[in-house]
Design a protein around this ligand. Sequence first.
Ligand SMILES: [Mn+2]
Length: 318
Amino acid sequence: MKHDMLPRPLALIGAEVGEGASDAGCKWGSQALRERGLAAHLRASGRAARWTGMVRAPAARHSAQRLRAVEHFSAALAQQVLGPARAGALPVVVGGDHSCAVGTWSAVAEHWRAQGDIGLVWIDAHLDAHTPATSLSGAPHGMPVAALLGHGSPGLALLQGWAGKLKPHNLVILGARSFEAGEQALLTRLGVRVMYMEEVARRGFGACFAEALALVQRHTVAWGLSFDLDALDPADAPGTGTPVAAGIALADALAALRGCAADPACAALELVEYNPLHDADGRTARAAFALLKAMTAPQGRGARPAPCAAAQACAELS
Ligand SMILES: [Mn+2]
């Protein structure tokens, strides 16, 4: 059977990190979603899915220790992502605050490095592109985009021993509406395409996501999706680390993302910033379940034909 005829098993990886944020509640997000039955929920659509790892960040007693804690955590998480990637499964990292993206995408970049560059669609209310020099809060969950681009803390940017996991033209940020001048200046200088919420509202999420996907597939052998739940409107997802008003409607996201991971060139998925302590009625957990189910659906409007290089590389692995 050809590799792309058989959906890859989903390897769920819990990223138990809240040290990246000022409110550490997201640390318990992946465990909460696991206990609610996320794996069984995904298996219900006929896909193999199981938890292959839970990685917990070391506690940081003082805010000055947060960056070191996240650096240690990122290296451990990267190892947990590399295993399933090498085995031909689809890694699905469940956060945790968004600092986990450094470990996730460093591992994916490392895995594909010999074949070529990776692309990334980053759906988020924030830019997450601070360096320790521009961040007012010093919170590492505001820094993963900069680190993946090779800027900021060497302990994050040089994970796996090399920097520049993402090239600026292979990254698109979608839904941003709360950010600071310093991080925006870095992205502008590097030429990263940002579709701010104003553009998403005007053109529609579906049109923006389709363009973003095409951009990150264009010069790459594989691509991924990092979805921060705070990109959604707080009416649909109140239980996130840092809610921001006027976001993406859950229904729009579900329609556009359906089946996107069916593309064999989809290297990994990430869903972050679930804070169970702010989700009294379970609404945000249900949104998280629905998003992951839509992304991993066997086929759909979001599915695209595989770029040939990635399909071949994928077939050779199987
Ligand atoms: Mn984020």
